[in-house]
Structure formats: C-alpha cells, structure tokens
Design a binder for this molecule. Structure first.
Ligand code: PEP
Length: 254
C-alpha cells in the first residue's frame, strides 16, 4: 500500500517568527516514525529556521521552487544544492502559480524536475487543468500533456523520489474543491498515464496527491478515494490546527 503523504505549501506567507511557531506546533503533533509522511514548504529565507524548528520530528522540510542550473549568474534564483545545504529534503515543482502567474513552461519544469531528482531531492511535481479546460472537456488531455512535458527523460528508477500532485487550478485558493469523484477520475487518469508510460509497478507505487482547497472537513473524503494518496495543502497549511486535522484525517485512513 502507498504511504499517505500530506504536504503544506506556505507560498509567500508568514514571518520568520510566525513560521517558526507554526512549524513547532505541527512538529509537536507529528512525531517521527508515524504512519503518514508530512512536509512543509516555507518561503526560502526561513528554510534554516524552520529546519531547526522541526528537527527530530516526523516533518520534512521542502522548498517551493528551484532553478535548474547548478550555480552561476542567475540573479534571484536558488539551486538544488543550496536547498539541500539548508536542510530541504523535498521540492515542489510545476505549481500552477509558477506555470500561470510566473510563466513557466513544461520545458522549464522538465529541467527543474531533472535537476531536483539528480540532486537527490524528493520532487512533488504538480499538474492541473484550468477552468476553461475542464469546462471544455480537456482535463485528461491537459494532464497528459503536462505529464509528458514534465517527465520527459525521467527514468523509472527515479520515481522512488517523485510524487505527482493533481491540483485543478480552479480549486486552488478559491474555496471551490473538486468533488471526490472529480478528483478520483483525474487521479485515475494520471495513474493510467503512468501505467502506459512506465508500467504497472511504477504506476501502482507512485503517490498522487490532491491539492485545491483541502480543509479538515473535506480531507478524509478526498484522501479516502482509491487513487488519492494524500494532499498538497495551501491555505489550510498556514493554520496549525487545520493542517494537523488534515494530517489526522490521513492517519485515520492509513
Ligand atoms: C496549493 O497552493 O498548492 C493549494 C492547494 O492551495 P489551497 O489549498 O489554498 O487551495
């Protein structure tokens, strides 16, 4: 069985002080050796402080982005090795805000996925359709294109370090959640794509998280779907009680 995984994407939120307090509360509720994997991805400048705040707990440190070159003249960017240097074990790549607000292409996301995997980071690779794609019946086609684009050249052996996150853009930060049936259908499509391109073993062992307005009151139903292996949480990961309740919902299902 796939281990459930709950990840918190703090985006460009918190101060150092409030972030450390939040991380400490989450860490206190998540001892190491638990039944669910947990990660938090704070803003870059707070990585070291949050790493210290979660030390010894079952919470891993993630980052929200990286640049695909190892070093050099890339003003404002952060490398995979820098992330590792400050304690990051994971990185979120291909998030819809990177795609649609900051203009990242599938090609750039593909390079980032390769860099993260080569550096030994666990990559949480996000895909998801926009509302007009869903309304136009193009959800599966968009997901296939993003999977193809983002995973080109990624080898089967690298999937041990890769999680896919399905995040319908219309459900992110909007309070509008995909129904459990909509989430399950998209996840089943993603797993089918993985089976077709990488075979049954990788398809069956790769975790696919759902993200998009996950809250304590809808988490269990969403994560309870056959092909949903946890949640990538934005807004609710900024409130310790809500994020812990979502983790507990996953624990109740594992
Ligand atoms: C996200 O940004 O990855 C996300 C899912 O946000 P929210 O939970 O706020 O919709």
């Amino acid at each position: 069985m796939r281990r459930l995984f709950v990840a918190g994407n703090w985006k460009m939120n918190t101060t150092k002080e409030s972030g450390v307090a939040l991380a400490k509360e989450v860490a206190a509720a998540v001892p190491s050796g638990g039944s669910v994997d947990v990660m938090v991805a704070p803003p870059f400048p707070y990585s070291s402080a949050i790493h210290e705040a979660i030390a010894g707990s079952g919470v891993e440190l993630g980052a929200q982005n990286l640049w695909y070159e190892p070093s050099g003249a890339f003003t404002g960017e952060v490398s995979a090795d820098m992330l590792k240097d400050v304690g990051c074990a994971q990185v979120i790549l291909g998030h819809s805000e990177r795609r649609h607000v900051l203009g990242e292409s599938d090609e750039v996301i593909n390079k980032k996925n390769h860099r993260g995997l080569e550096a030994g980071l666990h990559v949480v690779f996000c895909v998801g359709e926009q509302l007009d794609d869903r309304d136009g019946g193009r959800t599966d086609a968009v997901l296939s294109t993003q999977l193809e684009g983002g995973l080109t050249g990624v080898e089967g052996g690298q999937f041990a370090n890769l999680t896919v996150a399905y995040e319908p853009v219309w459900a992110i930060g909007t309070g509008r959640t995909a129904s459990p049936e909509q989430a399950e259908a998209a996840h089943a499509h993603i797993r089918g794509w993985l089976r077709e391109h990488y075979g049954a073993e990788i398809a069956d062992s790769t975790r696919i998280l759902y993200g998009g307005s996950v809250k304590p009151d809808n988490a269990a139903e969403l994560i309870g779907q056959d092909n949903v292996d946890g949640a990538l949480v934005g807004g609710a990961s900024l409130k310790a009680d809500q994020f812990i309740a979502i983790i507990q919902a996953a624990q109740g299902l594992s």
